[in-house]
Design a protein around this ligand. Structure first.
Ligand code: DAH
Length: 344
């Protein structure tokens, strides 16, 4: 039995000497030193020996096992270090190499402008109305009737508004103002909200007009809201958005759903007020409609005009963006031309 043990030991040492990598070492461990390995299967036979022999052979078997374990460990450490070194060498990175350019995307300039304006109005105390209050496919009822448009108003004409064929009186909203009505009907007073969204108009497309664009609607209804509040909030908005040196003006106007009504113009960025093609020679561009919410609209929404008053406004997002960045063609926003989009 001693000879057998010696033979196994020599064999194992021979294999160790020839081992080339960690995997070989693992295999040697498995073959000789594991629970089902060759050394153990011999040890199992010890019980058949006399007590005298058991002692001697048992001691020898342990010695062989210890020696083998030590040799295996020694080799294992060598290969482990070798393989680690190789791996580290392979994974070494040259930090002086120039980087690979990975283009980064960004939000669309329209989204960017909406975000910027939304933040300004947040700071002024306005929150967003709900999505349910702002559907793009709208009814004539919310888009026109509840907003005090007379039955024969030209805006209701198919020439100006896209009607759907699926149902009568269902249209693509021509303005975000319908959300005012939905908001007043669904939210508790006081209300101070804005609502950015897309609107559609049956227009001949040119550099100033597209058949869809974006608006941001605003609505503030509370006890004692006055025209001074309207002027204060919108003047502050213009100052933050355009900077204090940009000339703006309030001009009296008319909308069916506000009384009195105003429009706000911003000096043309192309000609600085001198008059050019973009501003049709006037030096000004209209960006915003606003006014005190008409008594009839409040009544339509079951709000008592004797107790409450409010102001509303609606602005064109692309217009505001064009006037900030001196862009003279609205179609650029929707052509998906990278050369344009990458500039933002
Ligand atoms: N909805 C109007 C338009 O599309 C803009 C507007 C004017 C909105 C006055 C308002 C407002 O809320 O009070 O031209």
């Amino acid at each position: 039995m001693k000879d057998q043990l010696q033979k196994i030991y020599d064999e194992a040492q021979e294999m160790l000497a020839q081992a080339k990598n960690l995997e070989d070492i693992e295999n040697i461990k498995l073959k000789y030193l594991s629970r089902k390995g060759e050394l153990n299967s011999i040890k199992k036979n010890l019980k058949n020996l006399s007590d005298e022999d058991k002692k001697v052979v048992g001691a020898f078997a342990n010695e062989v096992a210890n020696n083998l374990e030590n040799s295996v460990k020694e080799k294992y450490d060598i290969f482990y270090k070798q393989e680690l070194d190789e791996k580290l060498k392979k994974e070494k990175i040259d930090v002086t190499l120039s980087g690979k350019y990975i283009p980064r995307g960004h939000v669309h300039p329209v989204t960017d402008t909406i975000n910027e304006i939304t933040e300004i109005f947040h700071a002024l105390g306005f929150s967003l109305t709900t999505d349910e209050n702002s559907p793009e496919v709208e009814t004539e009822y919310f888009n026109f009737d509840m907003l005090n448009f007379p039955k024969d108003h030209p805006a209701k004409d198919m020439q100006d508004t896209f009607y759907t064929k699926t149902a009568p009186h269902v249209l693509l909203r021509s303005q975000t103002s319908g959300s005012q009505v939905r908001t007043m009907e669904s939210m508790k007073l006081p209300i101070r909200v804005i609502d950015p969204g897309r609107v559609y108009r049956n227009e001949n497309i040119n550099s100033r007009k597209n058949n869809f664009f974006h608006q941001i609607e605003g609505l503030y209804v509370d006890k004692g809201v006055t025209f001074a509040d309207l002027k204060g909030v919108l003047t502050e908005f213009l100052r933050i958005y355009f900077g204090s040196s940009r000339p703006t003006r309030f001009r009296s106007s008319y909308f069916p759903f506000t009384e009195p009504s105003v429009e706000i113009d911003v000096q043309c960025i192309m000609c600085h007020g001198k008059g050019c093609r973009t501003c049709s020679g006037t030096g000004w561009l209209e960006i915003l409609g606003a006014g005190m919410v008409d008594v009839n609209v409040l009544k339509n929404c079951n709000i008592d005009p004797e107790v409450y008053s409010g102001f509303a406004f609606g602005m064109g997002v692309e217009r505001l963006s064009m006037l900030k960045y001196a862009i003279d063609d609205i179609r650029l926003y929707f052509n998906n031309d990278q050369r344009f989009l990458e500039q933002f």
